[in-house]
Every structure is written in structure tokens, then in C-alpha cells.
Design a protein around this ligand. Structure first.
Ligand SMILES: [Zn+2]
Length: 253
């Protein structure tokens, strides 16, 4: 099958157009809000399109996409959903980590922090923390507030719901098991990976909370305070995570 339609238009949509579509659709399938997405030309269909118009391409999860392809869902329904996307109505898109069925393990490079009620908190406010499943659910829950280097919030995670802050500035993308948030200059400001069955790997983060700055970059995790760096290797990890205060680093009981 040729990748180009009869007008010579390639199936490949350029990244900036995709970004406009994702932002317009609230970063999720317009029908169900799933963050695992594909791009679908709604009007005209791809076979008739002469260019990739971001106003006429929508986001669908793989299962809703296949229902459209099989004519189980008609195009009018998609157009209505596109005008009022599910993820925008709810304010968040769903994540893969809603499937965590064992106590999650937070990983920074080669270091592991084992769940026991908190991962990392800064002055009592969780940067990333885990909660036991609700009764009858069996799915572990993550809470968190990831900030940018200036202290403004990028992502709030609440009961496994991923709330991107400042939709106009940030771009959120999920490809397979990796979540990436980019700023308005397309620079990665936060990246995390979910690895089955229960590993949550922070690949990139420069998060400032109060006067504590936590930098995670591939293999390393560095914690800074206003008055200077803190030697991370001097910390001893316990099963219950790490609590950081502006004036000291202390372990949770
Ligand atoms: Zn869907």
C-alpha cells in the first residue's frame, strides 16, 4: 500500500501539526480520553485530503480508531466528539500506570526507591508518592506534583490521573510506555517511563519545590538546596522513601 494518497499527500504528519492537534484535543482520544493515541483525518478522509489540516484531524485511541475503520462508529459521531473532546471535558488523559497491580517501584537511573507510603516528599508535599489500592480495585495509585525549574507546576498526578498544567504552553506525548512533556520551545521538561509490572522510571526532571531543586537525568539524581548541593550518595534509602526539607534531609520513619 502506498503511503501517499491520490493527491500525493504523505501519511506522515509533521510534528508541529501533531502538536497542534494534541493540544486542541486535550492530549487524549476524543471519545474516551485514553492517552494512547492515533491521528485520524475526519473531514475530508485521508484519501481525499490535500494537506494535513490540524482542524480536520482528530485523536483516537487504537480501539476507537479500529471501530471507525470498521464503520461501527460513524464520522458524524467523531466530529461531535472532536468538538468536545473527552480528555478536555475531564481535564486529564489516562495513563498506562493505571494498571499497576503491585506496589510501584520508583527508579532514578540505577537507584530504586521502594514504596511504603511515600516516594519523595518536599516539606510534606509529595513530589511523587504511591498509595495503596482502593478497596475492591487492586490498582496502586500515584500522586504527585512535578514542577519546572522555576517552581511552576508542570504535571499534577492525582489517583493515576495525569493533569497537565498550563495546556497552552506544554506538550504531552505518550509513545508506548514513555510519557514526555515538552515546553513551548519543544525542550523536554519531564519524562517518565512505565515498565511492567510496577517500575516507574523518571528519565528527566528538573523539579523545584520550595527551595529544593531535584534533578533527575537518566542515570543520576541530584538534590540541590538554595544554599548548595546535597550529596545524594550520602543518603541512605529506606523502604519508606525520602523526605526533603528545605533546611535538612531526613528519612521518613
Ligand atoms: Zn478511545
Amino acid at each position: 500500500m502506498s503511503d501517499n494518497n491520490k493527491h500525493g499527500l504523505s501519511r506522515t504528519i509533521n510534528p508541529s501539526t501533531k502538536r497542534i492537534i494534541r493540544q486542541r484535543c486535550g492530549f487524549g482520544c476524543v471519545i474516551c480520553g485514553s492517552a494512547i493515541i492515533e491521528y485520524e483525518h475526519i473531514d475530508p478522509p485521508f484519501s481525499e485530503a490535500t494537506h494535513h489540516d490540524p482542524e480536520r484531524i482528530t485523536l483516537l485511541c487504537p480501539s476507537h480508531h479500529s471501530e471507525v475503520t470498521k464503520n461501527i462508529i460513524d464520522k458524524e459521531y467523531i466530529k461531535q466528539a472532536d468538538k468536545n473532546p473527552a480528555a478536555k471535558q475531564r481535564g486529564y488523559s489516562d495513563l498506562l500506570f493505571r494498571t499497576i497491580s503491585k506496589p510501584p517501584v520508583l527508579v532514578f537511573g540505577k537507584r530504586n526507591i521502594f514504596e511504603g507510603g511515600g516516594f519523595i516528599t518536599v516539606e510534606g508535599v509529595p513530589l511523587i508518592a504511591a498509595k495503596a489500592p482502593e478497596i475492591g480495585s487492586g490498582v496502586w495509585r500515584l500522586d504527585g506534583n512535578i514542577c519546572n525549574s522555576d517552581g511552576s507546576s508542570i504535571v499534577k498526578i492525582n489517583n493515576n490521573e495525569f493533569h497537565l498544567q498550563g495546556h497552552a504552553q506544554f506538550d504531552f506525548q505518550q509513545i508506548q510506555n514513555r510519557l514526555t512533556v515538552r515546553d513551548e520551545k519543544s525542550i523536554i521538561v519531564f519524562e517518565m517511563e512505565f515498565q511492567s509490572p510496577n517500575y516507574v522510571r523518571i528519565k528527566h526532571m528538573v523539579s523545584r519545590s520550595r527551595n529544593v531543586v531535584i534533578v533527575a537525568h537518566d542515570d543520576d539524581l541530584t538534590i540541590w538546596r538554595e544554599d548548595g548541593p546535597v550529596s545524594f550518595t550520602a543518603c541512605r534509602w529506606l523502604d519508606y522513601g525520602l523526605n526533603i526539607r528545605s533546611e535538612e534531609i531526613s528519612f521518613l520513619p
